[in-house]
Design a protein around this ligand. Sequence first.
Ligand code: DON
Length: 306
Amino acid sequence: MKFQPVLDEIDAEIRPLLGAGGTVASYIPALARVPAAQFGMALRTCDGQEAHAGDANKPFSIQSVSKLFTLTLAMQRLGEALWERIGREPSGNPFNSLVQLENEQGKPRNPFINAGAIAVADRLLSLFGREAKTDVLELMNSLTGDPISFDVEVAASEAATGYRNYALANFMKSFGKLDNDVETVLDMYFHQCALSMSCVQLARAAGYLCRDGVHPWAPGVNLLTERQTRRINSLMLTCGTYDAAGEFAFRIGLPCKSGVGGGIVAVVPDQLTLAVWSPALDATGNSLLGMKALELFVTKTGLSVF
Ligand code: DON
């Protein structure tokens, strides 16, 4: 299938809708300043075909999409032991909700809600110590072939206003579920969320998720086993878009991971990875037009896991 004409068509259909709905994330001041009327889309197939449209080369704050990559690092090193601290059930709650943590003694429902990603960041600090942030950057450099960096302004902006994440981390700490101190864990978490990447880079970086864990550029290098990769994809489908996971499965039917910067990564197993970006969000914190673009993509191509 030739994908460039499909992406061009989607771009033409989305562009008139820019600015018509949704709002940029306002609880992180540095994100509140991002102009809403932007849209980009990129894909990369398992055999290396690439296509992109709109603002696909413009870097944005990947926010919770980073949870895919930190989970990958933690699964590589910890295997099954990771699940002693983190569940794998959908939360049915907003990504920054505190309510389930108390009932479930500080064990987050899944690695993609904020509490779960904070627990993953804690595991990475225990494994890699001070190098943990550098290890995340090295993974992203290796996956994209580009020098990826943290947007330190976004990280600082989130640290200054991250009251809910402090509450979540302190709560987990009170249950003995974090080994490192709260400040250090959140510094790691805020930096991973502040990774700055474009759709083109994200579609490349996620490539191992459609190839049974094989590195997108280096054949023979496995980031994850086939089984671990299947598990990340199923977690994306059930938990990757928080309390909108049912709606995503219904309308799109692909494993997806979203972020409040407006990015969404989607996987068509054994075929391709796709990244979309548009900063205006719906009430669940997912990109409004990003979701629409993914829906158009599956409708036009028939590609879906169902
Ligand atoms: O912790 C936060 O609230 C943000 N750094 C990330 C949240 C996020 O992207 C959730 N996604 N929809």
